[in-house]
Design a protein around this ligand. Structure first.
Ligand code: FMN
Length: 249
């Protein structure tokens, strides 16, 4: 059952050289595209990359993460109002989608389709890995994939047959992320309690040591997701939204 496999799933970063058959790819794309979308507008597009030359053009834009060249299929999910705008204009309708809200709408659609496709892929035994580098390097990915105005890449998935069986990684306890009826803000002791297991894991402690840090949180703030990087990539992304006509009003 799919719902049980959701509890055992894990990200796969190493793939066999076996290709993903066209029929299988079509099946998971069709299932992904059954995801709910805003007003059923389907304001997203999916770029399929199988060509090794194209993959090697994309690889540096994903900071040379090896999954890009090693996975048989790379899928880039884009927020896309271009197609919908064209339909409106061809049908005497005046599109008002060159704004930030419309970008968020289209990004939500694209991400829901991406995640639905991932569930379908994993249910067939395929392995997937999201690439968050997509939004850092959106300006360059736009060039490589020839994305027109109105289209912004929001996430990428590397897809292939698993060639590894990693340990499942941890999650916070379910109570940590659930609020009953209204939000109950976290006390210091809630934070201590909810993060205790994560911080106590030997892989977390090794991570802290390897990075010469005092706490696991510092590995995130000082090494993995640093303020200076976040600020720089935010500026780039905001410029991309302007250039792609999503910030005109
Ligand atoms: C939006 C998003 C971006 C991600 N970006 C990357 C990435 O660039 N590289 C990578 O190796 N994993 C990436 N991941 C995978 C996460 O690291 C992984 O989902 C997380 O560690 C939990 O592991 P699990 O999926 O095996 O449960 C990303 C996941 C998401 C949802």
């Amino acid at each position: 059952m799919i719902s049980d496999s959701l509890l055992t799933r894990k990200t796969i970063r190493k793939y066999t050289s076996e290709p993903v058959d066209d029929l299988i790819l079509h099946d998971i794309l069709a299932k992904g595209c059954r995801a709910s979308t805003t007003g059923n507008m389907q304001v997203y597009s999916i770029i399929i990359t199988r060509d090794s030359v194209k993959k090697s053009e994309l690889a540096p834009l994903h900071f040379n993460q090896k999954m890009v060249t090693e996975a048989p299929v790379v899928l880039t999910f884009c927020a896309d109002f271009n197609r919908f705008n064209k339909w409106c204009l061809q049908r005497k309708a005046d599109p008002g989608y060159d704004n930030f809200l419309s970008f968020v709408t289209a990004a939500i659609d694209a991400l829901l389709v991406a995640q639905t496709l991932c569930i379908a892929a994993e249910a067939r035994g395929l392995g997937i890995c999201y690439l968050g580098t997509t939004t850092y390097m959106a300006h360059k990915i736009i060039e490589v994939l020839k994305l027109p105005k109105g289209v912004v890449p929001v996430t990428t998935i590397a897809l292939g047959w698993p060639d590894e069986n990693p340990e499942q990684v941890d999650r916070l306890p379910i109570e940590a992320v659930i609020h009953k009826e209204t939000y109950h803000d976290y006390s210091d002791s809630d934070i201590d309690r909810y993060y205790k297991d994560k911080e106590g894991r030997s892989d977390s402690q090794q991570f802290v040591m390897e990075n010469n840090k005092e706490t696991l949180a510092q590995v995130f703030t000082d090494v993995r997701y640093k303020k200076e990087d976040n600020v720089a990539f935010s500026k780039i992304l905001l410029q991309v939204l302007k250039d792609q006509y999503f910030m005109n009003q």
